[in-house]
Every structure is written in C-alpha cells, then in structure tokens.
Design a binder for this molecule. Sequence first.
Ligand code: NAD
Length: 450
Amino acid sequence: MKITIIGTGYVGLVAGTCFADFGMDVTCIDNNTQKIESLKRGIIPIYEPGLEELVNKNYNAGTLKFSTDTSHLNEADILIIAVGTPAGKDGNADLSSIYSVINDIIAHVKTNKFILIKSTVPIGTAAILRQTLQDKCKNLKFDIISNPEFLRQGSAVRDFLEPDRIIIGSQSKDAKEIACKLYGPLILKDIPILFTDNNSAEIIKYAANTYLAMRVAFINEISDISEKLAGDIDDIAHGLGLDKRISKHFLHPSPGYGGSCFPKDTLALSKVASEANANCLIINAVIESNIQRKLRMAEKIIDTFNGNIRGKQISILGLTFKAETNDLRDSASIDIINELIKHGARIKAYDPKGMSEARKIFGTKIEYCKDSYDAASNCEALCILTEWAEFKTLELDKLNALMLNPTIIDLRNIFSPNEIMKAGFNYISLGRTDIIMDNECRNYQKLKVS
Ligand SMILES: NC(=O)c1ccc[n+]([C@@H]2O[C@H](COP(=O)([O-])OP(=O)(O)OC[C@H]3O[C@@H](n4cnc5c(N)ncnc54)[C@H](O)[C@@H]3O)[C@@H](O)[C@H]2O)c1
C-alpha cells in the first residue's frame, strides 16, 4: 500500500515511520525544506526515544522517503494529513495548514483517494472538507476518514505501535476496509478498533484530551488542599489511584499541563461547544484552573524569598513541557520564567533536550547552562520544572556545595523529602507540608499549618 503523509512533525514522522516499518511504501511530505533535507541526511529534527533508529532503518531500506514535492499526492492510495492545528488568536483551532493541504490535493490529485485526518480538528471539519473537495473535484470520489492520534510525546513510537485503541470515523464501507488494511498489523495484535461516524471520532479526540487535562487540574487542586491541610499528596494520589474506577494515571501534581495538545484542545473544545450553545462549565474551569496554576507556581517560588526576588539568581532545571521530549510548546516553564523575570529575578537554565527550542523562546532573557551543576553554581534557589530522570540522580552534596543558598523548589516532586533534607537542603515541594531544615540539630521538622 502506498501512503503519503502530509506534515512530518511529531505525529506525521512517527506515524509514517511506523507504517513504513509495517512494510508499507511511505512518503512523508513537509513544506519545511530544512526539515526534509535534515531527515534525508539522517538528522531527526525532534527528540523522541527510539525514533532515530527506526527512521534510519526504514529510510535505508527504501520504504520511507522524504519530500517537499506535493506532486507525490497523486501517487498514493491513502493520503494522511498530520499538519499542525494550533490555537488561533480567538482560541479556535487554526486550520490554515489543513486548508493549504486541501488546496494541494485539489491541484495535484487526479484519481479517487482515501484521505485520513490524523490532525486534531474541530467537530464537523471532516464533513466540511468532504464538501469542499466534492465541489472542487466533481469527477473524483474522496473518502474522508477521521482517525485521531493519541500518541504521547516522549513515548510516541511505543504509543503508536501499542495504542489502547484505534478510532476510525467514516461514512463508507470502503473507508473501513482500507483503515483495516492500514492498521492490519495492530489489529492482528488485538488492538481494539472502533468504527464510528466522523463527528464522533472528532469529539472522542477532544474529549479524551480535555478529560486528561481535567485530571491534571484536579490533582493539582487536591495537591494545594493537601498542602494547606498538612496532607501528603503522594499518599493521597496512591490512595485515589487504587480505586479501579479512578485508576492511577494522570494523578501526579505538576506546575500545570502544557504541550502542543492539552492547552489548545481544551480551548478549541470550549469554543466549538459555546458556538453550539452547549454547556462547557467544567471545560472552562479546567482551562482557568491551569492558567492560575502556572502563576501560582511562580508565586510559590517568589514566596520562598519572602516576596522579593529582585536580583536573585534562580536556577531552572527542566524547560520542556514534560520529560523525554525537546518540545517547549505551551510549557509551564514559559509562564513561570517570564513571571520570575517580571519580578526582577536573574534566570539560569538547563534542560537535557530542550535548549535549542528554549533559545528560540527566551532569547537573551535567560542564561543557558551546559548541565545541572553549571546551572546550580552560585544560585539562591534551584527549581525543578520538568521530571527528567537525570535530575533524580544528581549528586546532592556536589549540588549543595555549588549553591549560594541550598534551597530546592521541586515542582514535580521528584525527590523524597527525607533524602533531600539529609543532604542539607531547604526543600519545597507540591502537596506535602513544607519541611524546613533545623540547622542547629540537623533534624527536620514539619512546619505547623496556620
Ligand atoms: N504532538 C502530539 O503529541 C500530538 C498527539 C496527537 C495528536 N496531535 C495532533 O496532530 C497534529 C500534528 O501535531 P504535531 O505535534 O505533529 O505538529 P508539528 O508542528 O510537530 O508538525 C506539523 C508539521 O506539518 C508541517 N506543515 C504545516 N503545513 C504544511 C503544509 N501545508 N504542507 C506540508 N507540511 C505542512 C509543518 O512544517 C510541521 O513539520 C496536530 O493537529 C496535533 O494536535 C499531536
């Protein structure tokens, strides 16, 4: 089966590479010439565990090709759209890249095609695209298949190869058959496949992301409650997660959700719901709760200095929106760092994979460090914003010796309070009663709740 994927980003590159690995003949197209040239030279423009090996294996085998040439659109049996759909200025999804692809299809495609939409698109988009193509190409038949993608950055290859489910929204029997061929290797592994209509498939994607965002916002609020009322969020999350109706996933406190999906998808769902006069009280509360969360996290850092961080040297470990990705899109680190700078702090930062993306965002506003120890040197507080594994194994004594003031503000709860206290740090974390070092007796005590 010949497949052309349009949009070679996190989703398009992973999907294209995995389909090629299934033995299909795949061409990945992108309008970013530099990206395509890098890929042809074996340079992977994103960091995703396991991806580089798989891309190079399939590229060298000839089953995976890269191109900027949209004339390839006519050669494929299936066209897969995986371009970005970021939030527009009004909060609605910006579909300009999708329409640009549709124009390319109108210009180049001369035979009937299956068009599979992997991009996350507002409800009703498949129907509009079907109508547009039908109006412009009267002699051709286009089957539009809504096939939302659920992979997570940081484990995208594994998620693509072992998804919880495959959702296929379509209107025709032919579309279902071709989707079954495309996903044959996964269906053989008993991965559930759900056939539905296009609108329902589109709603499933937005509802899934909004539900997960809601869990993040919820556990963050429970974490605040725990902090005020002397609880331990780790035990609370564990106790909650043992309930099978709740499950243990997405119950870890954080500085707020970020990334290229949750923020824009919650917003887009709220927009389409409002336009349809449907209630979206919970969705709006999730969005607002997350906005406030990020600001509250900056306040938490500032509070450590009794409200005045002017001129203080603050170090940030972790800039990406989660571990195992180089992506900073809508990362909590952006709002937090900007807020600290606004209050006069001097920022040094280090991230294992996100430094070049960070330079595009922060420019000369912050200092970039070569590793965690370089970041810690002469700082007055070290803030952990991303849960990278390498931060968990830092040599605490070495860190302590380098810092002007040994304070760690851990906004991912990667350390255990005992371990960090023993190493002589003041330690502030999430949802656990703040613990301070009693320097005289070298014991630690729980702060009294006021
Ligand atoms: N990143 C994720 O974790 C994830 C997960 C599930 C779904 N999604 C959805 O998948 C879609 C793609 O997300 P992404 O993170 O891969 O985006 P991305 O920004 O990483 O990649 C999009 C690619 O499309 C290219 N592009 C844009 N317009 C084009 C055009 N007209 N022709 C050819 N190429 C074009 C861009 O150059 C870019 O390389 C979005 O709708 C997103 O919401 C993303």
